[in-house]
Design a binder for this molecule. Structure first.
Ligand SMILES: [Fe+2]
Length: 173
């Protein structure tokens, strides 16, 4: 079964190390996300930093934000050996995520299974989780408040950001 309705890989060009340098020293705060079977002692393990004002201080992030025409930028840090239980993203309907850490585990969509990605558009209105992994996961998220996955997919396709092979697959589903 194709996973096109959950994730679409993007061929966005960026320097991973330079992007990481821009966000690594931000002020991360604990983020309590409602998840299925939420357990405060085990699950308060997700940390978030936001870039709102002064976007020009983060030129690479700002450039990608403008290109993607996203609404909000959030950086997430999930420490090694912690999990994010099954959830739907609370404030956005879809997002482009770029995973900045080297070796990382998959996202797990409840109705599909594990999907590995590095830079992709995700339909975060499907129930998903991030299983525990033995290395930290650092990612930058460009989220859309109201634009649905399909609409963002069309916009990103028009900007040439979806690999051709992927488009053929999407068209078949
Ligand atoms: Fe999520």
């Amino acid at each position: 079964m194709s996973y096109a309705k959950y994730i679409t890989h993007l061929n966005l060009e960026y320097d991973n190390d330079e992007l990481k340098d821009e966000v690594e020293d931000l002020n991360f705060q604990p983020f309590n996300l409602y998840t299925k079977g939420y357990n405060e002692s085990e699950d308060a393990a997700w940390w978030i930093a936001r870039i709102r004002e002064n976007r020009s201080m983060y030129p690479l992030i700002d450039g990608i934000y403008n290109l993607l025409e996203a609404d909000v930028i959030a950086i997430h840090r999930q420490y090694a050996n912690t999990r994010i239980n099954t959830h739907i993203d609370p404030n956005s309907v879809c997002c482009v995520n770029i995973i900045l850490s080297g070796h990382t585990g998959p996202v797990l969509f409840e109705d599909y299974g594990k999907i590995y990605y590095k830079c992709a558009l995700l339909n975060s209105q499907h129930w998903h989780s991030v299983p525990s992994y033995d290395e930290e996961r650092l990612l930058v998220k460009f989220a859309y408040f109201k634009k649905p996955y399909e609409e963002v997919l069309t916009n990103l396709t028009n900007k040439g950001l979806i690999p051709k092979a992927r488009l053929n697959e999407i068209n078949r589903t």
